[in-house]
Design a protein around this ligand. Structure first.
Ligand code: ADP
Ligand code: ADP
Length: 222
């Protein structure tokens, strides 16, 4: 079955202005359950636009967005926020961890927002930190961690609410190449072990080749 399906999705920025930018035109894309799909495209081709639409942060001009078979196209803000919180996990190029909270707290907070009990959230957090090799960093704040460690904490946070789909925009893009490879390996292991579906944008063709399928995005050139 399909976790994500985009049908005929089009998006143009500045439609009513003097210089419209058509980014997506009739895009069809699907991610099957348990599938890890790489999205490879040059800068400016529309990766972020696509991930924002798939992540229910932006709406297409036309076309449909289905999550687990449910058409979310016409939903209001509240229902989209709810679906985002329950079904989606996000990883960004920069970790966006809350600086005043510890690694563990950063992973616990989204679970409490989803009404998970304190105890269950703490147990899941310990398990996730253990899986990425950071059990000993639970009480450290982001500033006390290396770039690679911060990004591994961000992976745990994205998986904290057991999302149906993980969306990642250049998840290791801000790390040096060696750290990037190592941290990416951790991410792939985490995704595989949890049976997660994922759509992962990357510039890195070598990393993309390790996923189940590669989708290119050409930009519409207008
Ligand atoms: P990528 O993530 O692949 O670099 P983006 O989705 O960020 O691509 O952007 C695709 C194109 O759309 C770029 O040409 C960018 O300048 C343009 N763009 C993105 N967001 C906006 C916006 N809010 N308004 C106008 N143009 C935008
Ligand atoms: P191919 O495997 O034929 O080289 P790509 O991997 O380049 O195709 O593209 C994957 C799919 O996404 C194709 O169906 C392509 O037509 C579509 N696509 C690529 N860029 C865009 C875009 N900007 N708008 C809509 N569809 C696109």
């Amino acid at each position: 079955s399909e976790v994500l399906r985009l049908e005929g999705v089009s998006k143009t920025y500045g439609k009513d202005g003097p210089a419209p930018v058509e980014v997506l035109h009739g895009l069809d894309l699907s991610v099957a359950r348990g599938e890890v799909v790489a999205l490879v495209a040059p800068s400016g081709a529309g990766k972020s636009t696509l991930l924002h639409i798939a992540g229910l942060l932006d709406t297409p001009d036309s076309g449909r967005v289905l999550l687990n078979g449910r058409d979310l196209t016409g939903l209001g803000d509240r229902a989209r926020t709810e679906a985002r919180r329950q079904e989606l996990g996000f990883i960004y190029q920069f970790h966006h961890l809350l600086p005043e909270f510890s690694a563990a707290e950063n992973i616990i907070l989204p679970q409490l927002a989803n009404a998970t009990s304190q105890r269950a959230a703490a147990e899941r957090t310990t398990d996730l930190l253990d899986r990425v090799g950071l059990a000993h960093r639970a009480d450290h704040r982001p500033a006390q961690l290396s770039g690679g460690e911060q990004q591994r904490v961000a992976f745990c946070r994205a998986l904290a609410n057991t999302p149906a789909l993980l969306l990642a925009d250049e998840p290791t893009g801000n790390l040096d190449p060696e750290t990037s490879d190592r941290v990416f390996e951790v991410l792939m292991t985490l995704v595989r072990e949890t049976g997660l579906s994922a759509l992962i944008a990357t510039h890195n063709h070598a990393l993309a080749e390790r996923m189940d399928r590669v989708i290119g995005l050409t930009g519409t050139g207008s």
